[in-house]
Design a protein around this ligand. Sequence first.
Ligand code: DGP
Length: 111
Amino acid sequence: MSCVFCRIVAGELPSTLVLESERVLAFRDIRPAAPVHVLVVPKAHVDSLFELEDRELAGELLWAAAEVARREQLTGGFRLIANTRHDGGQEVGHLHLHVVGGRRLGPMLAR
Ligand code: DGP
């Protein structure tokens, strides 16, 4: 298995878990861009947001992002980012939402 996030989901690579639901996992980004930086991923491999067709899974991903923000007490707000494909700056080819917060964010945040 070559996909790094599939390996995290499978427990083959370590990660710091923040949330687990039936179809979604959330863990801390290895290169945090802010005090809170969590990645929300589907357990089953989906290449990117462009390929996401499953509406229930889409809902669970969005719910998980909101739940991460609540658990991390991001009461001042946060940003949800889905870098998608080459032009979107996606580095890891497994759909992920970045939940970023814990400080006032600038107008652009690449990751
Ligand atoms: P993106 O550019 O949206 O594809 O960002 C991918 C993010 O994934 C980047 O912020 C770093 C993070 N990342 C890459 N490899 C690992 C890993 O092995 N573990 C964790 N926790 N995060 C990773």
